[in-house]
Design a protein. Structure first.
Length: 256
């Protein structure tokens, strides 16, 4: 469930109509703060506010990349080995509930493989093939089990996960309501202080931002680690919270 982060900061600037609008300084605060700019024109009173509000919510999706690297004396053999192992990896991803639309090949490479002799001279060994995919898991409860299963299925590389909130509409609506209420309350306050009865909305612009959170899990899997992976318990992973911030730029007109 989303929860509010309620820390606000107001910076008010009053200017006469003789000062060009372009000369007014703009304030930009951090995502959890609210900033506002007040402009008063004697002939045509107006209030321009820029207000931000944010909420925190648990992520509902995790993106990551994984892949397989193989080598052989002949290029066709390296490719064949890689295709076989990568097929097993993709099958494991689908078995974990990841839809085909959430699995995308990101890179395939084929290159010469070299080693070194005891005297330090380089020696051609064969060919190396690498195949990587990007994937998104929407069932967060299966992430630890999936990571362990991928290790067993033969992956040699894993990067991620990157947590995000795919279904962010509820969190966005909550942040939007808070920003709107704060902007309207502040606009009415300044209008009354200036001798007016209230305000009407002239213009509204919105920006929505979602914080990016990424775990530090990134590793290569050695062959000897595969057997060990069969006996370990679920890899512990914590998704933390995702911050959703809504910023509203609203122009109000003072009215009698």
């Amino acid at each position: 469930m989303a929860r509010s982060r309620g820390m606000y900061h107001w910076a008010i600037l009053a200017c006469l109509s003789t000062i060009p609008t372009g000369a007014m300084a703009q304030r930009s605060e951090s995502i959890t703060l609210q900033t506002s700019e007040l402009k008063i024109d004697r002939a045509n009173p107006a209030i321009d506010l820029t207000v931000s509000a944010s909420v925190l919510s648990a992520p509902d999706a995790a993106s990551f990349s994984t892949g397989v690297e193989t080598s052989a004396a002949k290029a066709k053999d390296a490719i064949a080995k890689n295709a076989e192992k990568m097929a097993a990896v993709v099958a494991q991803l689908k078995a974990a509930g990841i839809d085909a639309k959430d699995i995308q090949t990101s890179a395939i490479s084929l290159g010469r493989d070299y080693g070194y002799l005891a005297n330090g001279k380089q020696r051609f060994k064969g060919y190396r093939v690498s195949n990587r995919v990007n994937a998104k898991l929407r069932d967060m409860t299966r992430l630890g089990d999936l990571l362990d299963a991928l290790t067993v299925s033969g992956v040699t590389e894993f990067n991620g996960p990157s947590f995000k909130l795919d279904n962010s509409s509820i969190a966005e609506a909550s942040a939007r309501d808070r920003a709107w209420a704060s902007a309207y309350e502040t606009a009415r306050y300044h209008a009354k202080k200036a001798g007016f009865d209230g305000v009407v909305v002239v213009r509204v612009a919105e920006r929505v931002e979602q914080s990016a959170q990424r775990s530090s899990a990134a590793f290569g899997v050695a062959e000897e680690a595969v057997d060990a992976a069969r006996t370990i318990s679920q890899t512990p992973l914590e998704g933390g919270e995702i911050e959703i911030a809504v910023t509203l730029a609203i122009s109000f007109q003072m009215v009698k």
